[in-house]
Ligand binder design. Structure first.
Ligand SMILES: NC(=O)c1ccc[n+]([C@@H]2O[C@H](COP(=O)([O-])OP(=O)(O)OC[C@H]3O[C@@H](n4cnc5c(N)ncnc54)[C@H](O)[C@@H]3O)[C@@H](O)[C@H]2O)c1
Length: 465
């Protein structure tokens, strides 16, 4: 039997384990709270003093539906605590989850410095055998490398094994995803290790068990596939704009094919966040390191740059200029339902506009003000007042239900760039707004004569008249 096709894992009845979670960010804090909810006893290590203090006082530093309640439940039950002392956090623990950041470096390769430091920290403090589970997103081969690093640091007689179990939660539904995952991926060559890892998760989860390199690649490949779908939707949207047809309907027609699926086939300002851009770059970096071309991932990244640029192009073309233009940007988070602005299309667009000399007023329902992005406004109404143009970058409820007549009255101009595809075009037209969307709305580069298919239908030249 090959390591990538092991026999199905034995189903273990629910057990309560002592777990150490390293890093209380989106992944670590969600995992810690959900694991304690599932009955495990969790000690969560956090290096950031401010974040740790907030958590010790029961304050959850990130916005995730249901997370506050689970953290409160875990702390009240005594099954969840937050610490900065590694030895104390490891006391009695047989498993430690590594959930620290793996940010991209300028060349696209992930920075594994935090991960290696955290693994060393665990290895030095472990007084008994330990299984380290890497939940952070890492390139294939990382777990094997970490195992060598920790072996060099471990105390005499202590055996530390490293397994992979990448995290797939989506920000804004992190708790729901952790408690009802589509699948749990476990990379461990030893069955005993794999079974311990599986026993942490909700009973009944669908498990994919493979070797560590395979598990690590699942995460990169899954996020690259999602990015490819988004970029393909944006490519179709560009064609729709030139043809004067509606991308949402075209993509609905594509996505209803059960072989393709509708998820992530929505046009917009491109993908962003802390995962997709980083993981596509990581996937490409793995290809480059192995001398394996990755043209599909390369193209997804190129199309994503075009998607962001197309928003500023529409503004420039519809306003005639950006310098001095008063522009309202609605949406700084990278998607609705989160306060995360990491690699957000809205922030990238706002930065370009500032660099082009526009005067910005920004609003987002969940993020706070951001330095260097013009004036922050507490409501969308305040942000659009006096604006020559308004840009909507995310499809949150607040922007879906904007009163378009009131919006048009408050604005000085009439240009609305609906990059999120949330505006009712008829209502906007009735309010006197000119909407430029992604693959819908008013076309800026409409090609009225589709002459090419006529020529393609004839083996000989079409006579001109
Ligand atoms: N955010 C997501 O939606 C998501 C989803 C799936 C996978 N991931 C992956 O999970 C990993 C973590 O992502 P995140 O968004 O939770 O990161 P994050 O930056 O929000 O959180 C990381 C936390 O780890 C802490 N930390 C760093 N080193 C530490 C140490 N030695 N000891 C204790 N604490 C330490 C940091 O202070 C921070 O609070 C990344 O590899 C990411 O790619 C993220």
């Amino acid at each position: 039997m090959t390591p990538s096709s092991p026999a199905p894992l034995t189903v273990i009845p629910p057990v309560s384990r002592q777990v150490c979670v390293v890093g209380a960010g989106y992944v670590g804090l969600t995992a810690a709270a959900c694991l304690s909810h599932l009955g495990h006893r969790v000690r969560c290590l956090e290096a950031d003093e401010h974040r740790l203090n907030q958590l010790r006082h029961g304050r959850v530093p990130i916005h995730e539906p249901g997370l506050d309640e689970l953290v409160a439940e875990g702390m009240a039950s005594g099954r969840l605590s937050f610490l900065d002392d590694t030895e104390q956090a490891l006391r009695g623990a047989e498993v430690a989850l590594l959930c620290v950041g793996t940010p991209p470096q300028p060349n696209g390769e992930p920075d594994l410095g935090h991960l290696a430091a955290a693994a060393r920290q665990l290895a030095r403090a472990a007084a008994r055998d330990l299984i380290i589970v890497v939940k952070s997103t890492v390139p294939p081969g990382s777990c094997e490398a970490l195992e060598l690093i920790v072996a060099a640091e471990a105390r005499a007689g202590v055996r530390i094994r490293v397994a992979s179990s990448p995290e797939f939660l989506r920000e804004s539904q992190a708790v729901a995803d952790f408690l009802a995952p589509d699948r749990v991926v476990v990379g461990a060559e030893e069955r005993e290790v794999a079974e311990v890892v599986v026993s942490l998760y909700p009973p009944g989860s669908q498990v994919v068990h493979c070797d560590r390199r395979g598990a690590e690649l699942v995460k990169y490949a899954a996020n690259t596939m999602l990015a490819v779908k988004i970029s393909f939707a944006n490519e179709v949207a560009r064609l729709c704009e030139a043809l004067g047809t509606d991308a949402a309907t075209v993509l609905e027609g594509v996505g209803l094919d059960s072989r393709i699926g509708a998820a992530f086939l929505r046009p917009g300002p491109g993908y962003g966040g802390s995962c997709l851009p980083k993981d596509v770059a990581g996937f490409r970096a793995v290809g480059a390191a192995l001398d394996v071309p990755t043209p599909v991932a390369d193209a997804a990244e190129r199309q994503n740059v075009l998607a962001r640029e197309s928003v500023t192009d529409k503004l420039r073309l519809s306003l005639g200029r950006l310098a001095g233009a008063r522009i309202a940007v609605l949406g700084l988070a990278f998607k609705p339902g989160t306060d995360d602005t990491r690699d957000s299309p809205g922030v990238a667009i706002a930065r370009w506009l500032v660099a082009a000399g526009a005067q910005l007023r920004c609003h987002d329902p969940l993020t706070g003000p951001m330095a260097g992005l013009g004036r922050w406004e507490p409501t969308p109404e305040a942000a659009v007042t006096g604006a020559d143009a308004t840009v909507i970058t995310i499809g949150c409820e607040e922007f879906r239900h904007l009163d378009l007549t009131a919006l048009a009255e408050r604005m000085a101009g009439h240009v609305l760039i609906d990059a999120a595809g949330v505006i009712d075009l008829d209502a906007a037209a009735a309010a006197g707004l000119s909407v430029y969307g992604v693959g819908r709305g008013t076309a800026l580069d409409f090609h009225p004569i589709v002459w090419a298919p006529l020529q393609w239908a004839h083996p000989v030249a079409v006579p001109t008249c």
